[in-house]
Design a protein around this ligand. Structure first.
Ligand SMILES: [Zn+2]
Ligand SMILES: [Zn+2]
Length: 328
């Protein structure tokens, strides 16, 4: 089969490789659509010590089971392989599993014609959901998980909140679309990239360039930082209203210092969120299938053998697409 290998910083190679033998309790999935994630780009730059050269990246995928218990079924997958018996798994917080591994990180990922994955990671798809839309399940579940966690920290219903979303990449866009579906009317989306702002505006969202107009201080009950950099953390801390909540979803850098004095004096709830539980993924499949997020025309589809160019374009900020999906 063909697979796109990460061979070192800024080096991807399409290579012919043997399929892995199937282990007990695993299935082989023929990949039909697989999204490029910010974390794949992070690895591509050589910034992720967990993703070592010689690895097939990719963990957002949909396809058809060709071998295994669910043979013939269309599926998406939980890329996190969890143990099912640690304290976190038993509490339903599988994303924090102490023994978790992951496709595209500790084992071969989805930028390939097929992959092998434990049966318990597979989620069957409804007929009506396309593979391209289903490949958005993983990032959309990350957005949903963050929203659900923040919602619990608010005193008033989320739909009444004034909300600021920072970053119009895939996660920021999906957070915004889910918030709109949940009835949030006062929603502002900040991004410095004009191509991304245009894409978000075409999806009906209200955007602005925070370099031209800084968001008002103390103006938002809820702020989602979908970038996660020193300047966006400062923006979030300033923009959040006293008593409000900040959801920190981005992982861009760990620089600067968080203004904990302001957070304390404004009595802000500052939350992190990492990935999703199995129930978040299932809820997301239903959400995508109901078309609640509108036309997903901000997705760009390319062939797997154009993967290296797609990475280069994403790094250069050359594509208006909030998500590039590869098809083997
Ligand atoms: Zn991802
Ligand atoms: Zn576990």
């Amino acid at each position: 089969m063909q697979a796109l290998y990460y061979m070192g910083p800024e080096r991807l190679e399409l290579r012919e490789t043997e399929e892995l033998p199937l282990a007990e309790g695993e299935s082989r999935v023929r990949i039909q659509a697989t999204g490029i994630c910010g974390s794949d780009l992070h690895a591509y730059h050589g910034h992720d010590p967990r993703r070592k050269p010689g690895l097939i990246l990719g963990h957002e995928a949909a396809g058809v089971v060709v071998e295994g218990a669910l043979a013939g079924k269309r599926v998406t997958m939980n890329p996190l392989i969890v143990c099912g018996h640690c304290e976190y798994c038993l509490e339903g917080r599988q994303n924090l599993c102490s023994n978790r591994t992951m496709i595209g990180m500790t084992r071969p990922g989805s930028f390939a014609e097929t992959l092998t994955i434990p049966d318990h990671c597979l989620i069957e798809l409804p007929e009506s959901l396309t593979s391209v839309a289903a490949a958005l399940t993983e990032p959309a579940a990350t957005a949903l998980h963050g929203i659900n966690r923040l919602e619990r920290a608010l005193l008033r219903p989320l739909s009444e909140a004034r909300v600021l979303v920072i970053g119009a990449g895939a996660i920021g866009l999906l957070v915004s679309l889910i918030l709109r579906y949940k009835g949030v009317r006062h929603l502002r989306l900040a991004d410095t990239n004009p191509l991304r702002r245009r894409t978000a505006e075409q999806a009906g969202l209200v955007t602005f360039d925070p370099r031209d107009e800084a968001p008002d201080a103390n103006a938002f009950e809820a702020v989602f930082d979908c970038v996660g950099s020193a300047p966006t953390r400062d923006m979030a801390t300033s923009a959040v209203r006293p008593g409000g909540a900040i959801m920190h979803l981005g992982l861009q850098d760990n620089k600067g210092s968080l203004d904990v004095r302001t957070i304390t004096l404004k009595e802000v709830t500052f939350l992190g969120a990492y990935t999703y539980s199995s129930s978040d993924l299932r809820a997301t499949v239903a959400l995508l299938d109901s078309q609640a997020l509108g036309p997903l025309d901000w997705v760009e589809v390319r062939r797997l053998d154009q993967g290296a160019e797609a990475f280069a374009d994403l790094v250069a900020g050359n594509t208006p697409a909030a998500k590039v999906i590869l098809q083997p």
